[in-house]
Design a protein around this ligand. Structure first.
Ligand code: NI
Ligand code: MN
Length: 224
């Protein structure tokens, strides 16, 4: 399984012919590694409705026919556009022939560019032999320790930029609760407001937890 960082909080998970695209904010993303026209996902997953996550969802879904997994209020908005959707809510799991997606809590807020309010989420994705947890935009909270209890997390995609999410120091506490084998930081250095020292995060995590941090530049991949 390959995890490719496409910039900000956008990742593409690939296994064989399956490509799972999460939070496809590409147009207008100063760190986007690809254009919205260049992705061809099997499915699109959304953590929440903010523009820096919702991004090019409508255009990509309409062009490729890829189904979108999003919390029910956002899924309903997308379905009105004629997009194939799956509409889970907290605790729900959507099964595909390639694996599954489970919706878990995130402490944040959420509204789509069109104004649909909903609860923000984290997403646990099982693809191939690997379980990936995209935290969405969240602060640290103790229930993070429940997420990997039944399905241990191989790779956690963790926001560290501060201001709109937890900062790199709070993220160390979150990482300790999640206990993933590998942590890939995201949601930092896209804009001046969320600039942070990713090497300091890596060093703090690796000296105080059992997780390993893999820092990816936009366009780079990590293979399991
Ligand atoms: Ni957000
Ligand atoms: Mn965000």
């Amino acid at each position: 399984m390959e995890v490719r960082f496409l910039g900000h909080a956008c990742f593409e998970l690939s296994d064989g012919d399956t490509r799972v695209l999460i939070d496809p904010f590409l147009t207008g993303n100063p760190k986007a590694a690809v254009a919205a026209d260049d992705v061809n996902p099997s499915a699109i997953l959304l953590t929440h409705g903010h523009g820096d996550h919702f991004g090019d969802t409508v255009e990509i879904a309409k062009r490729t026919g890829a189904p979108v997994v999003a919390i029910v209020e956002i899924a309903r908005e997308l379905a009105e556009e004629g997009i194939e959707t799956h509409d889970p809510n907290m605790g729900g799991t959507v099964k595909f022939d390639w694996g599954w997606v489970k919706v878990v809590p995130a402490w944040h807020s959420s509204m789509t560019p069109k104004g649909t309010a909903s609860t923000p989420a984290g997403l646990v994705v099982s693809l191939g032999e690997t379980v990936v947890y995209h935290l969405g935009d969240t602060c640290a909270f103790t229930d993070l320790q429940l997420v990997g209890k039944r399905t241990p997390i191989d790779i956690a995609l963790v926001p560290i930029g501060g201001h709109y999410t937890m900062d790199r120091e709070e993220a160390v506490d979150a990482v300790e609760l999640i206990a993933a084998t590998t942590v890939i930081p995201c949601h930092y250095n896209t804009f001046p407001l969320i600039e942070t020292d990713v090497e300091a995060f890596k060093s703090d995590v690796e000296s105080s937890t059992s997780s390993e941090v893999v820092v990816l530049e936009p366009g780079e991949s990590h293979t399991t």
